[in-house]
Design a protein around this ligand. Sequence first.
Ligand SMILES: NC(=O)c1ccc[n+]([C@@H]2O[C@H](COP(=O)([O-])OP(=O)(O)OC[C@H]3O[C@@H](n4cnc5c(N)ncnc54)[C@H](O)[C@@H]3O)[C@@H](O)[C@H]2O)c1
Length: 380
Amino acid sequence: MNDAERLTALADRLKSLRGLDEDTFDRLVTALDRAADRFGYDAEGRLKVAFFDAQSYDIASFDNANADRYAFRYIAAALGPDTAAAAKGCKAVCIFVNDTCDAEVVEVLASLGVQIIALRCAGFNNVSLETCEARGISVARVPAYSPYAVAEHTVGLMLTLNRRLHHAYNRNRSGNFSLDGLTGFDMHGKTVGVAGTGKIGRCVINILRGFGCRVIAFDAFPDPAVSAMDGVDYVEPDQLLSESDIITLHVPLVPETRHIVNQSVIGRMKDGVMLINTSRGELVDTRALIAGLKSGKIGAAGLDVYEEEAGIFFRDLSHQVLTDDVLARLMSFNNVVVTSHQAFLTNEALANIAGTTLENLGEFVEGKRGSALTNAVSLS
Ligand SMILES: NC(=O)c1ccc[n+]([C@@H]2O[C@H](COP(=O)([O-])OP(=O)(O)OC[C@H]3O[C@@H](n4cnc5c(N)ncnc54)[C@H](O)[C@@H]3O)[C@@H](O)[C@H]2O)c1
């Protein structure tokens, strides 16, 4: 008998009942409650969690933090319409930045009985919150795990491009020890424009102040603590564009920030500007960026994210040809460094991600739902 047949048989028995004493009624209700509670838990009573896009470093950090409290089902594939069924039997799913969790996928998860989506990242632009709310699915995230990790990678990209470390590494390995073409500039005294002065933007600012940079910043909600820092000024976007030698993006991806770097915006930047994006790929119109690189308007670009990265980043595609022409063109520039969304990847960040995700799941097991979860993501 399968689930549906068992339920039909039970319903038939109930329909044929002609009376029920109180004691039997109570025992039946208790049994039904237990049966309902068992869904999504394994034989040891551990919450079953379908963990999509599981990479070796995820499995290591989650197994280490878990200590067997939750039953993780590690799934190598990313979540999407074709893979959502792998969550069957689980009440929880755990996803990352490139999993697809749009309305269609949320509907499938809801039909499987999933009740919580635990994001193991800060951004939630890949989740249809409307559908989650309509289907009563809670969403939680890891609001901060190590802004230092992302900020340090951001500055690493600046230094790599400025001092041509990617060229020097390759040249020296092939026996070319000449310095021709490797001239950089002092970071000291340069103007860096920081778009978004939240947790990561603030860390970037602190590192840059150590270099002796002048920092100009823009944020929809300026932070008085940032305004109070020596050598840091909030300015209007146009001033940031026209005065910055380096521009670095740390705003989230929301409808208003999609393609905030486009052809018109690039046109207002300083000639030869360096652009760094470690936030989200869709902040930048990649075709406009390529045009800017070809014309020389953009002198260098450091990208940890790319608008079409899903299905490419986090995968070993070295055995096949790269079919994304835009990414291929981008990587053909010798003044562009692309890393595959690795800015977060430090031991400390991974441990914090696992720890907070387990806390989020723990609150769910204790009965918290929706906005009652400490790290809830909700529409309001
Ligand atoms: N590459 C990676 O590995 C990686 C890792 C973590 C986070 N990220 C990205 O970094 C982003 C920033 O992270 P955070 O922790 O600093 O976030 P945060 O929420 O602390 O800061 C975001 C800042 O952007 C500002 N902002 C929001 N909308 C804006 C708008 N329309 N215009 C101007 N400013 C706006 C906010 O006021 C806030 O100060 C995340 O949204 C995520 O996309 C990338």
